[in-house]
Design a protein around this ligand. Structure first.
Ligand code: DQA
Length: 148
């Protein structure tokens, strides 16, 4: 099956962006780790980072009929703003996990609301780059029991 990872705006700067909040691991390192785990489990890995809301919306829409079985999504700042990306995920009905490196609940009040959490199978936040790995491992376990 295909597993799709989506990274929202500014995550291309991981490693240099506010390292005290987001850590020193780069996006390329995160994706390499997720790819290796996904392929070791016998599945196909794809990831997209975009700073543009419309690109993320279009990628989610394409997941409707490109064989994507599950997604891991860090909407980044769009977590707190994007009804459009939320509607895309609701519309395609591909199950997804929401991920954040930081713990948005321990930060500014405007980060406490997510447009995604009530649609997600689960939310992982506050574990740095490991947040992605925990969500991915759960997604892979789900694929193993529900191989559709
Ligand atoms: C983030 C948390 C968001 O509030 C923030 O806008 C981000 C990254 C995280 O991974 O911790 O860009 O999604």
């Amino acid at each position: 099956a295909k597993l799709l990872v989506l990274h929202g705006p500014n995550l291309n700067l991981l490693g240099e962006r506010e390292p005290e909040v987001y850590g020193r691991v780069t996006l390329a390192e995160i994706d390499a780790d997720l790819r290796a785990r996904t392929e070791a489990a016998g599945h196909t890995f794809e990831s997209l980072q975009s700073n543009a809301e419309h690109e993320l919306v279009e990628r989610v829409q394409a997941a409707r009929n490109d064989g994507t079985a599950v997604m891991v999504v860090n909407p980044a700042a769009f977590t707190h703003t994007s009804v459009a990306l939320r509607d895309a995920l609701a519309g395609v009905a591909v199950p997804f996990y929401e991920v954040h490196l930081s713990n948005p609940h321990a930060r500014e009040p405007f980060r406490r609301h997510s447009y995604f959490s009530d649609l997600a199978l689960g939310v992982v936040c506050g574990f740095g780059a490991d947040s992605y790995r925990y969500a991915l491992d759960t997604a892979l376990a789900r694929l193993a029991t529900r191989p559709d």
